[in-house]
Design a protein around this ligand. Structure first.
Ligand SMILES: Nc1nc2c(ncn2[C@@H]2O[C@H](COP(=O)(O)OP(=O)(O)OP(=O)(O)O)[C@@H](O)[C@H]2O)c(=O)[nH]1
Length: 295
């Protein structure tokens, strides 16, 4: 080695003769382009080290291959291109390449009634890989919604009926008296409990799909649930939300089944795994359900 040559440890041989499934870097900060927005993302970039005699991979080559993500809209083709670059820069060392991207998708959402709106941040994780020469992409999205317990709603209705009997017995009542009672806190003595809930959707894309259907996946899930959490809210919006909750009473099992049936209709999906978590206000633990299809 001359005084001007930098030592290249990664290029040395190792005596362990042991291939490794994944080698790379985690939590690389970088921007990605989605829906013409520049989003702050975090990437895990890796390859397999199939040559068990090689000391290491070339981390810098993976890092530099991520560059393109800054300049082009994120699509399955772009993810594939980055993974191909990983492999092209590791010929003879690696046969599989992996890329995970995490970011918050920002979507502007209208209010239910008023002409207002606001932004929601949806946590997204994309897993792309080339393994056995096959390219795969998985999307993971989190969608928050409200769930009102159907059992609690029925119990509350029963208490309201009992209160009605206590207040009026079998008396003949005028329309006006009943209307006023229904509008009073003494009449509606009990309310069901609701909780902020989250659906965690993991889906595999059909090969050949051109766009990442993040927006479509989230819209589809929110429409199936009917009670997506809101942004800007005036009283008219809150009332519409109360109605939506009353019309979409859900145990976690109901939410999981709704989402299962809804996701199955998406033609660009080849399989999914979903989990719903209802952060119960009745107790301090969560109600959780899982479901999957072709997973
Ligand atoms: N393989 C490997 N490299 C590491 C690790 N930690 C830090 N590095 C450093 O990552 C840097 C980049 O590695 P390479 O991509 O091989 O750099 P290089 O040899 O200048 O680049 P090439 O000429 O393209 O091979 C090197 O300085 C390594 O020492 C590690 O755990 N494994």
């Amino acid at each position: 080695m001359s005084a001007f040559t930098l030592p290249d440890i990664a290029a040395q041989a190792t005596h362990s003769q042991l291939p490794l499934e994944w080698v790379g870097m985690c939590n690389i900060a970088l921007p990605v382009q989605i829906n013409s927005q520049m989003l702050r993302a975090s990437a895990d970039a890796g390859v397999s080290l199939d040559d068990g005699t090689a000391r290491g991979i070339h981390m810098s080559r993976l890092y530099l291959a991520l560059d393109v993500l800054e300049y082009e809209a994120l699509t399955p083709a772009l993810l594939n291109e980055v993974l191909e670059r990983f492999l092209d820069s590791h010929v003879g060392l690696s046969a599989s390449a992996f890329l995970t991207l995490r970011f918050d998708l920002m979507l502007k959402r209208p209010a239910l009634v008023s002409p207002l709106g606001g932004w929601k941040a949806y946590p997204i994780t994309l897993h792309a890989q080339i393994k056995d020469e096959v390219f795969h992409v998985e999307l993971f999205a989190q969608v928050e919604y409200s769930s009102t317990c159907p059992c609690s709603a029925a119990l509350a209705r029963q208490l309201i009926q009992q209160q009605f009997l206590t207040d009026f017995g079998n008396r003949m009542l005028s329309h006006e008296t009943v209307l006023s009672w229904l509008g009073s806190a003494q009449g509606i003595v009990a309310t069901p409990h609701s909780q902020r809930s989250v659906a965690k959707l993991r889906v595999r894309l059909q090969p050949g799909i051109e766009e990442l259907p993040l927006h479509a996946l989230i819209d589809h899930a929110e429409s199936a649930l009917g009670t997506a959490v809101q942004t800007a809210v005036k009283r008219a919006d809150e009332q519409a939300f109360a109605l939506a909750n009353g019309q979409n009473l859900m145990f976690c099992e109901d939410a999981a089944r709704r989402l299962h049936l809804a996701l199955k209709t998406l033609p660009w999906l080849s399989g999914f795994n979903l989990r719903v978590e209802h952060a119960e206000s009745l107790h301090a633990h969560d109600a959780v359900a899982h479901s999957q299809w072709r997973w």
